[in-house]
Design a protein around this ligand. Sequence first.
Ligand SMILES: CC(C)(COP(=O)(O)OP(=O)(O)OC[C@H]1O[C@@H](n2cnc3c(N)ncnc32)[C@H](O)[C@@H]1OP(=O)(O)O)[C@@H](O)C(=O)NCCC(=O)NCCS
Length: 187
Amino acid sequence: MENEVYNDGIEIIVANASHEKYVDEILETISAAAKVRGTGIAKRTHEYVAQKMKEGKAIIALAGDEFAGFCYIESWGNKQYVANSGLIVKDKFRGHGLARRIKQKAFELSRTMWPDAKLFGLTSGGAVMKINTELGYVPVPFSELTDDETFWKGCQGCVNHDVLMRTERRYCICTAMLYDPAKHGKK
Ligand SMILES: CC(C)(COP(=O)(O)OP(=O)(O)OC[C@H]1O[C@@H](n2cnc3c(N)ncnc32)[C@H](O)[C@@H]1OP(=O)(O)O)[C@@H](O)C(=O)NCCC(=O)NCCS
């Protein structure tokens, strides 16, 4: 997959082991943004994110040497589902379509790695809902998502986890969105 450099000089790259030096800043930026929004966020460790980079399952946006944005993908439920998680754009780079470019690249990577998988995400953010809709995702009930316990364990660190538990995983604050390749034709 080609790396993309736009006329603002920001490069959108499939991350690798050499990008581990950015992991701590990525995690700090994610948790600071969650505090500002007052929303829940799944907690990830340095090792988990670094492993995603080593496996070629993360997208990083770089302005020269500076981290500008990030997200990663992971397969669940015996590779039948792929989730896009951890999307973050550093404050000063927001509002210029960078999240859209990162999500587009993550979408292409997911479709390349797992062409038959359904792609999904959980979000409470308007920007992500808009970008997902442009990519062909639709809102779905939680029952249409993976039942992989490990995926749902990721919600344990979220401040709203009690809601998810109280509703027996049928509802929560986030909106679930799904892209089903069977409904779009295969690439
Ligand atoms: C959400 C976030 C990733 C957006 O990054 P960004 O680079 O500013 O987003 P983009 O510029 O690509 O915006 C994409 C579209 O969403 C719209 N948008 C941006 N923020 C929005 C918001 N809060 N509500 C509704 N729409 C929004 C933009 O207007 C744009 O649409 P347009 O081009 O038609 O005007 C960034 O604000 C961020 O990192 N926030 C904190 C972490 C977070 O919320 N992550 C998502 C977790 S699910």
